[in-house]
Write a protein that binds this ligand. Structure first.
Ligand code: BDR
Ligand code: CA
Length: 311
């Protein structure tokens, strides 16, 4: 299996991404989960990550708390999407497993250094503060990471927090800039693809029909999460942004995109956090990321439902 670190700010869609990874031990070995401030503040994201591990029956997973604010800006949160707890919808018990000792950033650095180069993949599902801080503190890890598969950005689809920026990149554009310039191979799951991974009514019914605690919780999470996108965008269901990352690790053939140059806007307040994607390759800036724009949605939901059934 591919060894991964999940860097996350749960979030209902983060939760589903984590569940999918933990349900797929043949393809994915989760070395640890590192939490960052994003959808809600750090105390809640690091609590929610443990709630999700316990829901999956995996209290043995190491969950670390990381950065509690972006590198150079005030924290922007998204309770309007995820609810006050960050994980509104299901009624899940408080975690009994403790946080792992140490800082998430140090765990990322130590783990990358302890493994042979090219064997550990980073999977950021929230603002990129922890990853950028690790790169600043220990530049040598850029050579060690196999790749980064992240959820963030949007190009043709526009933004979901400003007209041009997606939430994860907008919250910490400076961190995103560091990551996109790191030289580590990057696969990006922007809104262009995640807005095609929609939990329609039949797909939600399929989660519920699993008849398990996990199936019910995922149905309730996506029910809650859907409200926002339906009201705001008239979307046909909740977009499962972050699970695109873990699904890609299991079956990359479900996805397609282009290897292009992607730069992050860090100056203009108007377009702050925009992922400027050279989709048509009109510049000579070198390609630094595979920008995904399409997926086989039915294949994605079949995979997800089948894996969740295993928990
Ligand atoms: C991203 O922002 C968060 O609200 C979600 O968890 C996802 O990672 C989507 O823009
Ligand atoms: Ca997230």
């Amino acid at each position: 299996p591919q060894k991964i670190i999940i860097d996350t700010d749960p979030g209902q869609d983060d939760a589903v991404a984590i569940l999918l990874a933990l349900a797929s031990p043949e393809e994915i070995e989760v070395l640890g989960i590192t939490c960052v401030a994003g959808n809600v503040p750090l105390d809640l994201t690091s609590k929610n990550a443990r709630i999700v591990c316990e829901l999956a029956g995996r209290p043995d997973i190491k969950v670390f708390a990381g950065c509690d604010r972006p590198l150079g800006r005030d924290l922007v949160t998204a309770e309007h999407v995820h609810g006050k707890s960050g994980l509104d919808g299901p009624d899940l018990p408080d975690p009994t497993m403790p946080l792992a000792e140490g800082h998430a950033v140090d765990f990322i650095i130590e783990t990358l250094r302890a493994h042979p180069a090219g064997t550990v993949t980073l999977c950021p599902l929230g603002p990129l503060t922890n990853i950028a801080t690790a790169l600043q503190k220990a530049p040598d890890i850029a050579e060690k990471a196999a790749k980064i598969v992240l959820m963030g950005g949007g190009y043709f689809e526009g933004g979901n927090i400003t007209s041009t920026a997606e939430f994860n990149i907008y919250v910490d554009p400076q961190a995103a800039d560091i990551v996109f310039k790191s030289g580590i191979p990057i696969v990006v799951m922007p809104l262009d693809v995640t807005h095609k991974a929609l939990v329609t009514k039949p797909r939600n019914d399929a989660f519920r029909a699993l008849g398990t605690q996990v199936g019910t919780a995922v149905a309730q999470m996506t029910d809650f999460f859907e409200r926002f996108d339906i009201e705001k965008y008239g979307s046909a269901g909740a977009p499962l942004h972050d699970p695109c990352v873990t699904a890609f690790l299991i079956n990359p053939e479900l996805f397609s995109g282009r290897h292009i140059n992607v730069e992050i806007e860090t100056q203009s307040e108007l377009t702050m956090g925009m992922t400027v994607a050279d989709w048509w390759r009109v510049t000579d800036r070198p390609a630094n990321a595979t920008f995904i724009n399409d997926l086989d949605a039915d294949g994605f939901f079949t995979l997800l439902t089948e894996r969740l059934a295993r928990l």
